[in-house]
Design a protein around this ligand. Structure first.
Ligand code: ATP
Length: 269
């Protein structure tokens, strides 16, 4: 039985509108400590919006959302900033500072614990530099500490971004299509790393993906969104591609349901 204490994110009837566009419709979701949850769905189904509502980057329109015991929908700006210190965010395009070394990029993850900004790795406390090296070691890149970030491959840059997130010591990691720019081998390496930090450090990872096979291979739980609604919420174990593909059906205005392939074929003829 799941202990409520282990719930780190809880969304109740969350609706998010952007003008006349409803990005999320009555979403209900509990995410547990140490869980690797993958959000799947067509482009525009609301995956990134949900991530941004969890850390308060987007205000929700109705419902309520709690992350790490903070009512995100009611929180002040200051409270949201505090929350975000405990919530790491991994982006598709890594968001590293290319001209800085890898260790400097990782150290940025620890800035929230310092009162004054630092410029250059040597200006950080020695203990933080040692921690940054350990984080780089976790992702297999300690030998690249002094290399400029923009001289690394995409896969290596994403691993540095994961090290930066670890340096932040978050309780939750939100990853928005972290492997979308990577080849299959590097995508597997990055997913493996995310799953390992999740399991070994009891971190909670909520990750959006377009690759069903990666989701099946690495997620503990899959949540499918279609037009902003949760249409699948199941443990990944025992699920097959066939169980997942209905997420990718489009609802036509007349109510007939067509798969994306059928829609694309019809549109191209
Ligand atoms: N800042 C915004 N302003 C207006 N509309 C937005 C904004 N952000 C998202 N939307 C709309 O909300 C809906 C959901 O978008 P969202 O980016 O969450 O989808 P997604 O599933 O993450 O898509 P993708 O897989 O392409 O990243 C879309 O219709 C999108 O156009």
């Amino acid at each position: 039985m799941i202990d409520r204490k282990d719930i780190v994110v809880s969304a109740h009837d969350v609706t998010k509108k952007f003008g006349s566009t409803t990005a999320l419709k009555n979403v209900n979701l509990d995410v547990h400590r140490g869980e690797m949850l993958v959000l799947l769905g067509l482009s525009g189904s609301g995956k990134s919006t949900l991530l941004r509502c969890i850390n308060g980057l987007h205000p929700i329109t109705s419902g309520n959302i709690t992350a790490l015991d903070t009512r995100v929908d009611l929180a002040s700006r200051k409270r949201k900033r505090e929350l975000r210190k405990n919530v790491g965010f991994i982006f598709q395009h890594f968001n590293l500072v290319g001209r800085l070394s890898c260790i400097e990029n990782v150290l940025v993850g620890g800035l929230g614990r310092l009162t004054i900004p630092r410029y250059g790795a040597v200006t950080y406390p020695k203990a933080m530099r040692a921690e940054a090296l350990r984080c780089l070691d976790r992702v297999g890149l300690v030998d690249f500490a002094e290399r400029r970030a923009d001289t690394l491959s995409g896969g290596q840059q994403q691993r540095v971004a994961i090290a930066r997130t670890l340096m932040q010591r978050p309780s939750i990691v939100l990853a928005d299509e972290p492997v979308a720019s990577l080849d299959p081998e590097n995508a597997g390496i990055v997913m493996d790393l995310l799953q390992r930090v999740c399991t070994e450090e009891k971190l909670t990872v909520v990750c959006t993906l377009h690759q069903v096979d990666l989701a099946l291979g690495w997620a503990h739980r899959l949540v499918g969104l279609r037009d902003g609604e949760v249409v699948l919420d199941r443990p990944a174990a025992g699920l097959s591609r066939e169980d997942i593909m209905p997420i990718y059906q489009r609802i036509a205005p007349a109510g007939d349901i067509r798969t994306m392939t059928e829609t694309t074929r019809a549109e191209s003829t």
